[in-house]
Design a protein around this ligand. Structure first.
Ligand SMILES: Cc1cc2nc3c(=O)[nH]c(=O)nc-3n(C[C@H](O)[C@H](O)[C@H](O)COP(=O)(O)OP(=O)(O)OC[C@H]3O[C@@H](n4cnc5c(N)ncnc54)[C@H](O)[C@@H]3O)c2cc1C
Length: 412
């Protein structure tokens, strides 16, 4: 099969992709296939969405529509809905999603399955907004799990290993406006000394660096209330729009509006606009999470590798994510700082570097992003419970792809 992921670094080795139009067709396809996996918008950078020799189920043609319940402040969406698509409907009804990732192009199911996140000291991952999941399991049954069910925290970040999600219900909050201001040149000393203050200074804050320059290139501050002054912890207000990889010469054409112009949540929280290719396009990504209390030490450790990282980097982003209790969420058990790398598309060089990066971050209890390139998965306190859940729902292992076998079941 010649189909690839978004980045083009992963050619799927499944036998075929099928696009069911009804939940019944999903149920039939799951029962019939010995190996099967659901596919989202393919924005992951590793083989998490692959299913060698089996069937990839793409639910984007499903005949279900999003249903907003204003009284309950929720929206129930089809698995393959993209955040950018549902945002307009949510906003028009006077609501918002509490947070979004840097791009609005990913499906809700794929985003949630991998614990995708945005930024903000008080903002949890996007998976934390899920209050119910409808899932076709290996026996073809359609099951619904809701917040409060014992296994619900295991179901949500499911890595595609538990079944095919058909619908999800998401919590909504009242709609809000937000502005984004970009600052150039934050001294490292400020970042070390005031890390939590800086990340508390906005609803969502991101820093961008290549780890080798003697200051942090940019800080993006997205504010709901108030506005940052022209001097932000020693960084200066940018004189024009910036791309996160501005220092690598990338123009800001695909970014959401900056320069402090207020706008609706869904047009400011993502860095990139829905109608453009997000980020740089020709790239790879990696991301690691360590507890926020280790932010300064982890940044210092990465600066020590700056001479090896910078030649392969387009940019690197530093964010924060609030704690949750989802079993396989990297944010399970405590607030984390997210250390993201947007790499040049040089997979061999990147893969060769990752063990060194992970070794530097190992003292801080590092966990990698499930959907990006990494070398070694983390241990999780509830990993054994997740394995038991996956085995109960899928005793013959039809959803147990090589990625799941390696990183969840510890097989070689
Ligand atoms: C340009 C760019 C920017 C990004 N920015 C961010 C960011 O800001 N924050 C962040 O955390 N991540 C970010 N990512 C990573 C991205 O959000 C995740 O990789 C996300 O999982 C992609 O969702 P997807 O729909 O493409 O899923 P896919 O890559 O298609 O699949 C991911 C996993 O979800 C499972 N899955 C998908 N649909 C279903 C379903 N219906 N039922 C069961 N399982 C399913 C798949 O089996 C697979 O295991 C970025 C990626 C790119 C390319």
């Amino acid at each position: 099969m010649s189909e690839t992921n978004w980045a083009g670094n992963q050619t799927f080795s499944a036998e075929r992709v099928v696009r069911p139009q009804t939940v019944g067709e999903i149920q039939e396809a799951v029962v019939a296939a010995p190996a099967v996996k659901a596919l989202g918008s393919r924005h992951c950078f590793n083989d998490i969405a692959d299913c060698p020799g089996g069937v990839l189920l793409d639910p984007s043609a499903l005949d279900t529509a999003a249903e907003l319940d204003a009284e309950a402040s929720t929206i129930t969406v089809p698995a393959a809905a993209r955040y950018g698509d549902i945002a307009e409907q949510v906003h028009a009804a006077g609501f918002a999603l509490a947070n979004l990732a840097s791009l609005p192009h990913c499906t809700v199911a794929g985003t949630v399955a991998t614990a995708t996140h945005g930024s903000g000291r008080r903002n949890q991952s996007l998976a934390s907004a899920v209050s119910a999941v409808e899932l076709v399991t290996a026996d073809g049954e359609l099951r619904t799990y809701s917040r409060g069910d014992d296994v619900f925290p295991g179901i949500v970040v499911g890595l595609g290993a538990l079944g095919v999600v058909t619908r999800l219900t998401l919590d909504l909050v009242p709609s809000f406006d937000i502005r984004q201001d970009v600052f150039d040149g934050l001294p490292w000393e400020s970042a070390y000394a005031h890390f939590e203050e800086i990340h508390d200074a906005g609803y969502s804050v991101s820093m961008f660096t290549n780890w080798a320059r003697d200051e942090i290139d940019q800080v993006w501050v997205k504010s709901v209330a108030g506005q940052p002054g022209p001097d932000f912890y020693g960084a200066k207000a940018a004189d024009g729009p910036r791309h996160p990889a501005h220092a690598a010469g990338i123009p800001a054409d695909n970014t959401t509006r900056q320069l402090g112009v207020p706008g609706p949540w869904h047009e400011r929280i993502p860095h990139f606009r829905l109608d453009f290719t997000p980020s740089v396009g020709n790239e790879l990504q990696t991301e690691y999470f360590v507890p926020v209390r280790h932010a300064a030490a982890a940044m210092e450790a990465l600066r020590g590798l700056g001479h090896r990282l910078a030649p392969v980097l387009l940019t690197s982003e530093i964010r924060t994510v609030a704690a949750d209790e989802l079993w396989l969420s990297p944010f399970q058990g405590g607030d984390r700082v997210a250390l993201h790398f947007t790499w040049q598309p040089e997979q061999d060089t990147v893969r060769a570097l990752l063990p060194a990066v992970e070794e530097r971050l190992a003292p801080y209890g590092v966990r990698p992003h499930w959907g990006k390139l990494f070398h070694q998965a983390a241990d999780y306190p509830r990993l054994a419970d997740f394995r038991a859940l996956a085995t109960e729902l899928d005793p013959d292992g039809k959803f147990r792809s090589p990625f799941v076998r390696r990183h969840v079941f510890g097989e070689r």
